[in-house]
Design a protein around this ligand. Structure first.
Ligand code: PMP
Length: 362
């Protein structure tokens, strides 16, 4: 029997076993072509049908809002941090950001290289452990857009709602919670995510954007860094990461089979509740890092009484087959990343381990 770890990696992260097995079964001879999908032309009919199917499935899971396009790009979400201001921040305008933690800060830093930025809300004074109120945003004059990070992967916060910004384009980095719950795409001018947490393997960045936003980029931009290049060529201007896009299509089928976004949301809620309850009922042995109302259903961050105890927890958990529970090196502590593909059973096993560890160390 295949041995599968209790994988709580933050990304690349667990993929659905069913998807891995399906990929394995069609790995060397894809759709009777006599080759794998990685070996065929991206201009051929077989590959193009997979590419288009993945785009259609994504939009269909989001209720097919009109006027939106799906792009498959490379360079990770990190490249989007730069492409967004390059494409959307005009002369005399300011790029507005909600400053919620490590990833929002990286996005802001890139935008500062391109033009003027403004922080419209921040949770820095709460050490990013409590999300700012989005109802009291302080936008700049001439805002080009407002950028939010739906889920801060390192700190473990997640917005439950998004602001209505009217005519100001709302752009969202959903790298660590895309398709983990339903959301209204029509509220956003653009949403983007690296695939390697909830969507598939690393190497593909998914962009969902209103077509009018991305159909005309500033003339001076290099070809690959312009959204209009990619929308005009259906993300086939250059060679796409074809295997990753095929995997995304399979993950999307897997989500459909679980009742779509409502279905996975319910499962994710149960997984998160199980672990947070264990933390909250531990009489302070485990401490959640984040204010309860801001807690993420994707990245559960917690601490123990001392760094020594945290090290012992990380080590003992690894010996029991739990992978990836160490917090990000920049913040320390512990973190369980429980994206869509992490089974409920892995979370149950983690909670049992937590009980056992507490008994031995309390
Ligand atoms: N934004 C968020 C919220 C992330 O979690 C990450 C990656 N962990 C990134 C952006 C950067 O993504 P990439 O590594 O694909 O550039």
């Amino acid at each position: 029997m295949t041995k599968r770890s209790y994988n709580f990696n933050a990304g690349p992260a667990a993929l659905p076993l069913e998807v891995l097995e399906k990929a394995q079964s069609e790995f060397v001879d894809f759709r009777e072509s006599g080759m794998s999908i990685m070996e065929m032309s991206h201009r051929g009919a077989i590959y193009e049908s997979v590419h288009n199917e993945a785009q259609e499935r994504l939009l269909s899971l989001l209720g097919n809002p009109s006027g939106y396009k799906v792009l498959f790009l490379q360079g990770g979400a990190s490249t989007q941090f730069a492409m967004i201001p390059m494409n959307f921040l005009g002369e005399g305008q300011q790029a507005n950001y909600v400053k919620t933690g490590s990833w929002a800060n990286k996005a802001i830093k890139e935008a500062q290289l391109i033009g003027k930025t403004h922080v419209a809300a921040s949770s820095e004074s709460d050490k990013y452990m409590k999300l700012p109120e989005l109802s009291s945003l302080q936008l700049s004059e001439q805002p080009a857009y407002l950028h939010v990070t739906s889920n801060e992967t390192i700190e473990g916060t997640q917005f439950k709602e998004f602001p209505d910004t009217g005519s100001i384009p709302l752009i969202c980095d959903m790298s660590s919670d895309i398709l983990s719950r339903p959301f209204d795409l029509s509220q956003f001018a653009m949403v983007y995510a690296g695939a390697q947490k909830n969507l598939g393997p690393s190497g593909v960045t998914v962009v969902l954007a209103r077509e009018d936003m991305i159909s005309s980029s500033p003339k001076h931009l290099p070809t690959m860094l312009r959204y209009d290049t990619h929308v005009g060529n259906n993300s086939l201007y250059n060679t796409p990461p074809s295997f990753g896009i095929y995997m995304i299509n399979e993950v999307l089928k897997w989500i459909e089979a679980r009742g779509g976004l409502e279905g996975v949301q319910e499962l994710n809620r149960k997984k998160a509740e199980l672990i947070y309850n264990e933390i909250d009922n531990s009489e302070g042995f485990y401490q959640g890092c984040v204010d309860p109302a801001s807690r993420s259903h994707m990245n559960v961050t917690f601490r123990l009484g001392s760094e020594e105890l945290e090290k012992a927890f990380a080590k003992a958990s690894e010996q029991e087959g739990f992978i990836g529970l160490k917090g990000h090196r920049s913040v320390g502590g512990l973190r369980a990343s429980i994206y869509n593909a992490v089974p409920y059973e892995s979370c149950e096993a983690l909670v049992n381990f937590m009980k056992q560890f507490q008994e031995q160390h309390a």
